[in-house]
Design a protein around this ligand. Structure first.
Ligand SMILES: Nc1nc2c(c(=O)[nH]1)N[C@H]1C(S)=C(S)[C@@H](COP(=O)(O)O)O[C@H]1N2
Ligand SMILES: [Mo]
Length: 229
Protein backbone atom coordinates (compact mmCIF):
# COMPACT_ATOMS: atom_id res chain seq x y z
CA UNK A 1 0.00 0.00 0.00
CA UNK A 2 1.52 3.33 -1.08
CA UNK A 3 1.78 6.36 1.17
CA UNK A 4 -0.62 8.39 -0.90
CA UNK A 5 -3.26 5.68 -0.70
CA UNK A 6 -2.89 5.39 3.06
CA UNK A 7 -3.10 9.15 3.51
CA UNK A 8 -6.12 9.46 1.30
CA UNK A 9 -7.79 6.60 3.19
CA UNK A 10 -7.27 8.71 6.28
CA UNK A 11 -8.74 11.67 4.43
CA UNK A 12 -5.46 13.51 4.64
CA UNK A 13 -3.28 14.79 1.85
CA UNK A 14 0.31 15.64 2.73
CA UNK A 15 -0.75 19.29 2.79
CA UNK A 16 -3.38 18.45 5.38
CA UNK A 17 -0.74 16.87 7.55
CA UNK A 18 1.45 19.95 7.32
CA UNK A 19 -1.45 22.28 8.04
CA UNK A 20 -2.50 20.43 11.17
CA UNK A 21 0.61 19.56 13.15
CA UNK A 22 -1.38 19.71 16.41
CA UNK A 23 -3.12 16.53 15.27
CA UNK A 24 0.13 14.67 15.29
CA UNK A 25 -0.42 12.62 18.45
CA UNK A 26 -3.68 11.40 16.95
CA UNK A 27 -2.04 10.83 13.60
CA UNK A 28 0.68 8.72 15.13
CA UNK A 29 -2.01 6.46 16.55
CA UNK A 30 -4.04 6.45 13.33
CA UNK A 31 -1.00 5.62 11.25
CA UNK A 32 0.04 2.83 13.59
CA UNK A 33 -1.19 -0.16 11.66
CA UNK A 34 0.05 1.30 8.39
CA UNK A 35 3.41 2.21 9.91
CA UNK A 36 3.92 -1.40 10.93
CA UNK A 37 3.63 -2.40 7.28
CA UNK A 38 5.83 0.45 6.03
CA UNK A 39 8.00 1.42 8.99
CA UNK A 40 10.67 3.15 6.95
CA UNK A 41 8.50 5.36 4.82
CA UNK A 42 5.20 6.48 6.20
CA UNK A 43 6.06 8.24 9.43
CA UNK A 44 8.63 10.33 7.57
CA UNK A 45 5.71 12.31 6.25
CA UNK A 46 4.82 13.53 9.72
CA UNK A 47 6.21 16.91 10.67
CA UNK A 48 7.82 16.98 14.10
CA UNK A 49 8.17 20.74 14.45
CA UNK A 50 10.90 23.18 13.43
CA UNK A 51 11.97 21.30 10.30
CA UNK A 52 12.23 17.90 11.99
CA UNK A 53 10.46 14.81 10.69
CA UNK A 54 8.93 12.29 13.07
CA UNK A 55 10.56 8.86 12.96
CA UNK A 56 9.64 5.72 14.82
CA UNK A 57 10.06 2.12 13.75
CA UNK A 58 7.08 1.09 15.89
CA UNK A 59 3.51 2.29 15.81
CA UNK A 60 3.19 3.47 19.37
CA UNK A 61 5.64 4.18 22.14
CA UNK A 62 4.76 4.22 25.84
CA UNK A 63 5.11 7.54 27.63
CA UNK A 64 7.63 7.77 30.45
CA UNK A 65 7.74 10.56 32.99
CA UNK A 66 9.42 11.61 36.25
CA UNK A 67 8.20 8.60 38.14
CA UNK A 68 8.38 5.88 35.47
CA UNK A 69 11.55 6.76 33.52
CA UNK A 70 14.76 4.81 34.24
CA UNK A 71 18.09 4.64 32.44
CA UNK A 72 20.28 1.62 33.13
CA UNK A 73 24.04 1.41 32.58
CA UNK A 74 25.35 -2.14 32.62
CA UNK A 75 27.42 -4.74 30.78
CA UNK A 76 31.22 -4.75 31.08
CA UNK A 77 31.38 -2.23 33.93
CA UNK A 78 32.42 -2.39 37.59
CA UNK A 79 29.46 -0.39 38.92
CA UNK A 80 26.18 -0.94 37.03
CA UNK A 81 23.71 1.87 37.75
CA UNK A 82 20.12 2.93 37.25
CA UNK A 83 19.28 6.65 36.95
CA UNK A 84 16.02 8.49 37.44
CA UNK A 85 15.35 11.72 35.57
CA UNK A 86 16.11 13.74 38.71
CA UNK A 87 19.43 12.00 39.13
CA UNK A 88 20.36 12.75 35.50
CA UNK A 89 19.35 16.41 35.94
CA UNK A 90 21.54 16.67 39.03
CA UNK A 91 24.68 15.78 37.04
CA UNK A 92 26.74 18.45 35.20
CA UNK A 93 24.95 19.48 31.99
CA UNK A 94 26.63 20.20 28.66
CA UNK A 95 25.04 22.20 25.81
CA UNK A 96 25.93 21.85 22.12
CA UNK A 97 24.62 23.81 19.12
CA UNK A 98 25.14 22.01 15.80
CA UNK A 99 23.24 21.19 12.62
CA UNK A 100 21.04 18.08 12.79
CA UNK A 101 21.44 16.02 9.61
CA UNK A 102 19.25 13.07 8.67
CA UNK A 103 20.77 10.62 6.21
CA UNK A 104 17.71 11.05 3.97
CA UNK A 105 18.74 14.66 3.31
CA UNK A 106 16.85 17.01 5.60
CA UNK A 107 18.82 19.26 7.90
CA UNK A 108 17.89 21.47 10.83
CA UNK A 109 20.52 24.15 11.38
CA UNK A 110 22.05 25.07 14.73
CA UNK A 111 19.95 23.02 17.10
CA UNK A 112 20.67 23.22 20.83
CA UNK A 113 20.85 19.94 22.77
CA UNK A 114 21.82 19.63 26.40
CA UNK A 115 22.31 16.84 28.86
CA UNK A 116 24.89 14.65 30.50
CA UNK A 117 28.02 13.68 28.61
CA UNK A 118 27.86 9.96 27.89
CA UNK A 119 31.52 9.81 28.97
CA UNK A 120 30.51 10.95 32.48
CA UNK A 121 28.07 8.04 32.85
CA UNK A 122 30.70 5.62 31.51
CA UNK A 123 33.31 6.93 33.95
CA UNK A 124 30.86 6.62 36.84
CA UNK A 125 30.19 3.00 35.85
CA UNK A 126 33.87 2.13 35.41
CA UNK A 127 34.34 0.49 32.00
CA UNK A 128 36.31 -2.73 32.30
CA UNK A 129 39.38 -3.26 30.06
CA UNK A 130 37.45 -5.71 27.86
CA UNK A 131 34.70 -3.13 27.22
CA UNK A 132 35.23 -1.73 23.71
CA UNK A 133 31.80 -0.63 22.47
CA UNK A 134 28.37 0.53 23.60
CA UNK A 135 24.93 -0.83 22.75
CA UNK A 136 21.97 1.50 23.25
CA UNK A 137 18.43 0.22 23.72
CA UNK A 138 15.13 2.05 23.77
CA UNK A 139 11.83 1.75 25.60
CA UNK A 140 9.99 1.63 22.27
CA UNK A 141 11.04 -2.02 22.45
CA UNK A 142 12.60 -2.16 18.98
CA UNK A 143 15.26 0.44 18.16
CA UNK A 144 18.90 0.04 19.02
CA UNK A 145 22.16 1.80 18.28
CA UNK A 146 25.88 1.38 18.84
CA UNK A 147 29.11 3.32 19.18
CA UNK A 148 32.71 2.32 19.70
CA UNK A 149 34.02 3.25 23.13
CA UNK A 150 36.21 6.01 21.70
CA UNK A 151 33.26 7.51 19.78
CA UNK A 152 31.15 7.29 22.94
CA UNK A 153 33.75 9.19 24.94
CA UNK A 154 33.64 12.26 22.66
CA UNK A 155 32.56 15.54 24.27
CA UNK A 156 29.79 16.02 21.67
CA UNK A 157 27.95 12.78 22.51
CA UNK A 158 25.20 13.49 25.04
CA UNK A 159 22.50 11.71 26.95
CA UNK A 160 20.16 14.56 26.12
CA UNK A 161 17.46 15.85 28.46
CA UNK A 162 16.80 19.03 26.47
CA UNK A 163 16.45 19.77 22.76
CA UNK A 164 15.84 23.28 21.38
CA UNK A 165 16.26 24.49 25.01
CA UNK A 166 13.14 22.63 26.17
CA UNK A 167 12.70 19.20 27.75
CA UNK A 168 12.91 16.56 24.99
CA UNK A 169 9.28 15.98 24.00
CA UNK A 170 7.77 12.51 23.66
CA UNK A 171 7.76 12.65 19.86
CA UNK A 172 11.43 13.68 19.81
CA UNK A 173 12.31 10.70 22.01
CA UNK A 174 11.81 12.15 25.48
CA UNK A 175 12.25 12.25 28.28
CA UNK A 176 15.78 11.16 27.31
CA UNK A 177 17.38 10.56 23.93
CA UNK A 178 20.93 10.00 22.80
CA UNK A 179 22.52 12.82 20.78
CA UNK A 180 25.55 12.01 18.64
CA UNK A 181 26.36 15.40 17.15
CA UNK A 182 29.00 14.43 14.54
CA UNK A 183 26.95 11.61 13.02
CA UNK A 184 23.76 11.26 10.99
CA UNK A 185 20.68 11.56 13.18
CA UNK A 186 19.82 7.85 13.11
CA UNK A 187 22.62 7.37 15.66
CA UNK A 188 20.69 9.61 18.08
CA UNK A 189 18.44 6.93 19.58
CA UNK A 190 15.13 8.25 20.89
CA UNK A 191 13.42 6.95 24.07
CA UNK A 192 16.79 5.83 25.48
CA UNK A 193 16.52 3.27 28.26
CA UNK A 194 19.70 1.20 28.24
CA UNK A 195 23.43 1.74 27.86
CA UNK A 196 25.33 -1.56 27.80
CA UNK A 197 29.09 -1.83 27.51
CA UNK A 198 30.00 -4.69 25.16
CA UNK A 199 33.20 -6.24 23.84
CA UNK A 200 32.33 -5.59 20.18
CA UNK A 201 30.14 -3.22 18.19
CA UNK A 202 26.70 -4.74 17.70
CA UNK A 203 25.10 -3.01 14.69
CA UNK A 204 21.90 -1.12 15.49
CA UNK A 205 18.43 -1.23 13.93
CA UNK A 206 19.21 0.69 10.72
CA UNK A 207 22.72 -0.68 10.50
CA UNK A 208 21.34 -4.22 10.24
CA UNK A 209 19.37 -2.79 7.32
CA UNK A 210 22.32 -1.39 5.43
CA UNK A 211 23.30 1.96 6.93
CA UNK A 212 26.89 2.58 8.02
CA UNK A 213 27.81 1.86 11.64
CA UNK A 214 30.34 4.71 11.57
CA UNK A 215 27.88 7.38 10.47
CA UNK A 216 30.07 10.51 10.30
CA UNK A 217 28.23 13.35 8.58
CA UNK A 218 29.70 13.87 5.10
CA UNK A 219 31.90 10.76 5.24
CA UNK A 220 29.50 7.81 5.32
CA UNK A 221 26.51 6.24 3.62
CA UNK A 222 27.82 7.50 0.29
CA UNK A 223 26.94 11.07 1.24
CA UNK A 224 29.07 14.20 1.06
CA UNK A 225 27.04 16.70 3.11
CA UNK A 226 29.47 19.21 4.55
CA UNK A 227 29.72 18.56 8.29
CA UNK A 228 29.19 21.66 10.44
CA UNK A 229 31.21 22.80 13.41
N1 LIG B 1 13.98 4.91 19.06
C1 LIG B 1 14.17 5.47 17.84
N2 LIG B 1 15.14 6.39 17.70
C2 LIG B 1 15.37 6.98 16.50
C3 LIG B 1 14.61 6.63 15.35
C4 LIG B 1 13.58 5.66 15.52
O1 LIG B 1 12.86 5.30 14.58
N3 LIG B 1 13.38 5.11 16.78
N4 LIG B 1 14.88 7.19 14.12
C5 LIG B 1 16.18 7.84 13.95
C6 LIG B 1 16.19 8.69 12.76
S1 LIG B 1 16.45 7.95 11.25
C7 LIG B 1 16.09 10.06 12.85
S2 LIG B 1 16.26 11.05 11.51
C8 LIG B 1 15.80 10.70 14.16
C9 LIG B 1 14.52 11.50 14.06
O2 LIG B 1 14.34 12.22 15.25
P1 LIG B 1 13.05 13.15 15.40
O3 LIG B 1 11.85 12.23 15.34
O4 LIG B 1 13.22 13.84 16.71
O5 LIG B 1 13.06 14.13 14.23
O6 LIG B 1 15.66 9.79 15.23
C10 LIG B 1 16.54 8.66 15.18
N5 LIG B 1 16.36 7.91 16.39
MO1 LIG C 1 17.07 9.73 9.88
Amino acid sequence: MGRRIVLSMLGLGAAGVVAAPQLQGGLEALLGAAADKDPTGLTELLPNGGGFRYYSVVSSVPRKDESSYRLTVDGLVDRPATYTLDQLRALPQTRTVRDVQCVTGWRVPQTPFSGVKLSALLDAAGVRPEGKAIRFTCFDGAYSESLTLSQARRDDVLVALRMQDKPVSHSHGGPVRLYVAPMYFYKSAKWLSGITVTSDVRPGYWEERGYDVDAWVGRSNGRTDAPTV
